[in-house]
Design a protein around this ligand. Structure first.
Ligand SMILES: NC(=O)c1ccc[n+]([C@@H]2O[C@H](COP(=O)([O-])OP(=O)(O)OC[C@H]3O[C@@H](n4cnc5c(N)ncnc54)[C@H](OP(=O)(O)O)[C@@H]3O)[C@@H](O)[C@H]2O)c1
Length: 357
């Protein structure tokens, strides 16, 4: 089978490294290009990382000596790839310009960045939930004047645990949602070595995170009208996002009230029967419900189904809302690189990419 040639823009970063490990033996995609800032350009991948490799498995042999390109060398990168993954740490306006330049050069972009998430013709997709939003890519191509090029994004890692758990409950009329997230330090591109201040600590602020956590679910649940995504207007969502001393895995404590209050058994049935999708990186069971009172735990459960499943537990009635529960997802796998790889598989399956060689 012919494989799509893939570039990773931001290959030296935390998310970029995850892409590298996830794509090492991918059945549909093969990494043919690594790009990063001018600081890394011209160095081999090993030299550019300079001790920053944070994955549990070694750097894949075939990428160790690959020379990093400057992310701005788009024409050069175009010769090497059919599409790119993008996860870079730059100003929002610069990221939007960079991603649109790739798209205009007819290189599709599957992005982890937030810069283009708010645009109504840029689909923000959780494949099990809103795959139909792919349809707005045609509108975007008209705006950008492209035939092949486009940008598709994945949502913020913070919503990745609670939106899947809430989605199958929409049929009971979700009214109000309160979510407190407890987010791992890898979400900031850090480890305990690079952020020692986080040991034995908690920081009650993550810039921009609460806004994203309240708004992005409404885009995911939006409907296509006049070829653009119009955000949903319900449920009402309020959040608090905290940084906690956990290496990987974002937890959310969720409170929810409904128009038509379901029973506890009905909710658990909805989670157990949430049908998945048939793509190489998709989990067999999207949501795993734990009966044990002390689960899910970040350390024990974040890697469930290769870090692509969502764990839920502690469902019980609440005195002010109808129910409360706790959910967990791996922030750099399902919440970042893994979610983007799954999105790319969906786009490839829908023939949104073209082979260019
Ligand atoms: N970590 C997560 O869990 C997570 C989850 C969802 C989304 N994201 C998003 O993914 C993006 C990357 O996050 P990260 O945690 O991987 O960050 P990171 O570890 O700080 O890595 C940043 C990457 O961006 C590159 N970069 C910086 N300035 C650049 C420039 N001017 N031109 C080209 N490349 C440049 C860096 O290259 P050099 O090494 O050459 O400097 C590096 O490869 C961010 O937008 C973040 O919000 C992260």
């Amino acid at each position: 089978m012919k494989k799509y040639r893939v570039g990773i823009v931001g290959a030296t970063g935390m998310v970029g490294q995850r892409f590298v490990t996830l794509l090492e033996n991918h059945p549909w995609f093969t990494v043919t290009c690594l790009a990063a800032s001018e600081r890394s350009a011209g160095k081999t991948y090993t030299q550019a990382l300079d001790g920053r490799w944070n994955m549990a498995t070694p750097i894949p042999e075939f990428l160790k000596d690959m020379v990093i390109l400057n992310a701005n060398e788009i024409e050069k990168i175009k010769e090497e790839v059919d599409f790119v993954f993008c996860a870079v740490d730059m100003k929002k306006s610069e990221i939007r310009e960079l991603e649109e330049n790739y798209a205009k050069a007819e290189i599709p972009v599957v992005s982890n960045n937030s810069a283009c998430r708010g645009l109504s013709d840029v689909p923000m997709i959780i494949p099990e939930i809103n795959a139909e939003h792919i349809a707005v890519i045609e509108t975007q191509r008209k705006r950008l004047g492209t035939k092949k090029g486009f940008i598709a994004v994945k949502s913020n890692c913070s919503i990745q645990s609670y939106v899947p758990a809430l989605h199958p409950l929409k049929k009971f009329g979700l009214k109000n949602v309160l979510a407190c997230t407890y987010q791992a330090i890898s979400g900031a591109g850090k480890t305990f070595d690079t952020w020692p201040e986080m040991v034995d600590n908690l920081i009650p602020y993550i810039g921009g995170e609460e806004e994203k956590s309240e708004l992005e679910p409404l885009k995911v649940w939006g409907k296509i009208k006049n070829n653009e995504i119009v955000n949903a207007t319900t449920p009402n969502i309020t959040t608090q996002c905290l940084r906690v001393p956990v290496s990987d895995g974002h937890t959310a404590a969720v409170f929810v009230s409904f128009e038509n209050k379901p029973t506890k058994e009905e909710i658990i049935d909805c989670w157990k029967n949430f049908s998945g999708i048939d793509l190489p990186s998709a989990p067999k069971q999207f949501i795993h419900y734990f009966e044990e009172d002390n689960r899910p735990q970040a350390k024990l459960d974040r890697n469930l189904e290769n870090g692509m499943a969502v764990s839920v537990g502690r469902l019980r009635e609440d005195s002010q809302f109808d129910y409360k529960f706790v959910c967990l997802s791996h922030n750099t796998l399902r919440g970042a690189a893994g979610g983007a790889v799954l999105l790319a598989e969906l786009l490839a399956d829908c023939e949104c990419f073209a082979f260019t060689s």
